[in-house]
Design a protein around this ligand. Structure first.
Ligand code: FAD
Ligand code: MG
Length: 321
């Protein structure tokens, strides 16, 4: 049996419709409970999958009146709006009406008609999200508009979990929020870095293509295989192109971003996905603190650089470029 001081203690829960895993190096039920409580509190503010949350209050008041939200929710919406307004951004915080119509990953398995999509697109304009920092309020100008932070809320929450762990004096831990992995410090014993599996698209749950070794980094993956449905051999996945209203369609199956903060990982996975590999690699050359791994439909693994992590390919049916 392993000596107690060398054990890893894992705690799990299902929150935000996702499996959540926390790894610690001592058995600390109190810390684990505090982390899960924090995630639950954040979910209660940010969910759009229940009738009530601060975000749903904003959505329910679309076209009617501004809604005052907490400072942290306001700041997250402000950041999401700014990213949505970047030139050619594929990220759009106002994508809600389309997400709700497609229902991908929920009970959805029908393709909306082209006219339905055309009628929803005008309700997804980020510039119609009006923010008032004075009153900390958010107003959606058109009736029917809906903010959806599904693409970035887990990253934001992962960063809050890291803050909470530090507050509790825990400097070595790992939190996995259904694909958003955030490592705090290095592992306390055993290996000198955390080994994070890179998932094989459309593989078995635990199938991996390779391993990403990191210390004190966020590793966020967005993949077309996470939530999708298939009709007549065509896959409809949950990352939508805000210009067309249909799932994004390019050579990418997954994008993994390695960064310090998980919110950045979450923002950039969506932005880079929308750019496609070539443009994304050029773009990443200008922002050294963000690195990415692309898995393509041609079974290629493309790394932007390898400064903050080490990647080891394990599946020889893929080719690393
Ligand atoms: P990402 O690739 O990071 O994001 C994809 C998601 O972002 C889509 O699912 C959609 O919500 C949104 N999106 C799509 N296109 C765009 C775009 N162009 N720009 C911006 N956003 C876009 N799942 C459940 O099954 N049940 C739940 O009760 C539930 N509750 C949740 C509560 C919270 C607070 C959060 C954050 C998530 C919850 N989820 C729930 C999961 C959620 O529905 C999404 O599936 C999940 O957040 C997607 O994260 P991802 O990292 O897999 O995908
Ligand atoms: Mg994301």
């Amino acid at each position: 049996m392993m000596p107690a001081e060398q054990r890893v203690y894992s705690y799990s829960a299902v929150l935000m419709g996702s499996p959540i895993l926390l790894k610690l190096f001592e058995d600390d039920q109190h810390a684990a409970a505090a982390v899960f409580r924090l995630i639950k509190q954040q979910e209660n503010l940010l969910t759009v999958n229940r009738a009530q949350s601060q975000l749903m209050a904003v959505n329910h008041a679309a076209g009617l009146h501004p809604v005052v939200v907490s400072q942290s929710v306001f700041d997250l919406i402000k950041q999401a709006k700014a990213v949505s307004l970047l030139a050619d951004s594929c990220f759009n915080l106002a994508i809600g009406p389309l997400v709700k119509r497609w229902k991908i990953g929920f009970s959805g398995n029908t393709v909306p008609s082209a006219s339905e999509i055309q009628s929803l697109l005008p309700l997804t304009r980020p510039e119609h999200v009006i923010l008032d920092p004075q009153t900390c309020s958010v107003f959606l100008q058109q009736p029917g508009m809906e903010i959806d932070l599904g693409a970035i809320a887990k990253g934001y929450i992962a960063d809050r979990v890291r803050d909470e762990l530090h507050r509790l004096g825990i400097n070595h831990a790992l939190i996995n929020l259904g694909g958003n992995v955030l490592t705090v410090g290095a592992p306390l014993h055993g290996a000198t870095s955390w080994a994070i599996g890179l998932k094989r698209p459309f593989g078995e749950t635990d199938a991996t293509i390779g391993v990403i070794d990191v210390v004190a980094k966020s590793v966020v993956t967005s993949g077309v295989y996470e939530r999708y449905f298939e009709i007549d051999g065509k896959i409809y996945h949950h990352i939508l192109d805000p210009k067309t209203g249909y799932p994004l369609d390019n050579e990418i199956l997954s994008v993994t971003v390695i960064s310090d903060d998980s919110i950045d990982g979450d923002i950039y996975t969506t932005l880079l996905y929308g750019m496609g590999v070539e443009k994304a690699l050029n773009y990443l050359a200008t922002i050294p603190h963000i690195e990415a791994i692309f898995v393509t439909k041609h079974r290629q693994i493309i790394l932007s650089s390898q400064r903050q992590f080490k990647f080891t390919l394990q599946d020889d049916s893929y080719q690393q470029l």
